[in-house]
Design a protein around this ligand. Structure first.
Ligand code: PMP
Length: 288
């Protein structure tokens, strides 16, 4: 396996970072999770835009421009001869000293890993997921905005531990005032009264690339779609619930906190949107 590491392709063993790197010491950095389908990087430009937006939000200047960064992703994919891959692109503040001061970090660390993709088991898609509400609340956007895809993912990890303790694969995270934000690694949608609804991201959710794609599909296919503040009661009473994410794509949810959603099977609109999404993954991106 070849890893892109600060401008070079190196062997896996040689892709090592300093213990003084602030990405490691403080979670000071940003990242992206990107997927390829049959030698097409799905929505690469959108992922790169989000990466630079996240970096900007933490005052981190990436020493490559967006075109160079896209080329680095493609170079890594080609070097590993992968046509179906999951890409992890990370930019840290770089090595500094033991203090917090980011000005001491002179050179950001950039690495890109392209690996085989690990998917949810097929039966999750056929039968639908069973999820819970996390007891861990979502970070306040005024403290650490969840729209920044930063290396500081402990808020999500704590909620993921809540899910694991409940024997489920995902958990819904609520804002401090009990509005639905998203899941630990996926956005959430519900169908209610024939409308497709998802929480606005400023309540504390990532602006998911898949979320955006689904909203686009809905608009194109005349499905009424709205960003709306949601409570758990809306989720429990929904006719369909599904999650979206780069790895998960669109995954139906059939049970939340032991309550069965509608008739307990993946919903019609979910399956239709997933079908349309699959078509998009054949064309919407950059070929390599
Ligand atoms: N929310 C969170 C917290 C995430 O980490 C992710 C990505 N895994 C998503 C939502 C989904 O975003 P995307 O569709 O861009 O993968």
């Amino acid at each position: 396996m070849k890893i892109y590491f600060n401008g070079k392709l190196v062997d896996r063993e040689d892709a090592v970072i300093s213990v003084f790197d602030h990405g490691l010491l403080y979670g000071d950095g940003v990242f992206e999770g990107i997927r390829t389908y049959d030698s097409l990087v799905f929505r690469l430009k959108e992922h790169i835009d989000r990466l630079y937006k996240s970096a900007d939000a933490i005052s981190l200047t990436i020493p490559l421009n967006k075109t160079e960064m896209m080329e680095a992703v493609i170079t890594t994919l080609k070097a590993n001869k992968l046509s179906e891959a999951y890409i992890r692109l990370v930019v840290t503040r770089g090595p500094g000293d033991l203090g917090l001061d980011p000005r001491k970090c002179k050179k950001p660390t950039i690495f890109i890993i392209a690996d085989k993709i690990a998917l949810y088991p097929k039966e999750f898609y056929q039968k639908g997921l069973d999820i819970v509400t996390a007891t861990t609340k979502r970070n306040l956007p005024q403290a650490l905005d969840p729209r920044i895809k930063s290396l500081n993912y402990l808020n999500n990890i704590l909620a993921k531990i809540d899910a694991i303790k409940s024997g489920t694969a995902e958990a819904i995270m609520l804002t401090h005032d009990d509005y639905v934000a998203e899941c630990t690694g996926d956005n959430i949608f519900i169908v209610a009264g024939g409308e497709l609804l998802t929480p606005p991201t400023d309540v504390g959710a990532l602006e998911g690339i898949t979320r955006d794609a689904v909203i686009g599909i809905a608009r194109r296919t005349d499905v009424p779609v709205f960003e709306k503040m949601l409570r758990m009661e809306d989720v429990y009473g929904a006719s369909e619930v599904f999650l979206t994410g780069t790895a998960a794509e669109i995954i139906p949810v059939v049970k939340v906190d032991e309550r069965v959603i509608a008739d307990g099977t993946p919903g019609k609109m979910t399956l239709k949107l997933w079908d349309e999404f699959k078509k998009l993954t054949k064309t919407d991106g950059v070929r390599y």
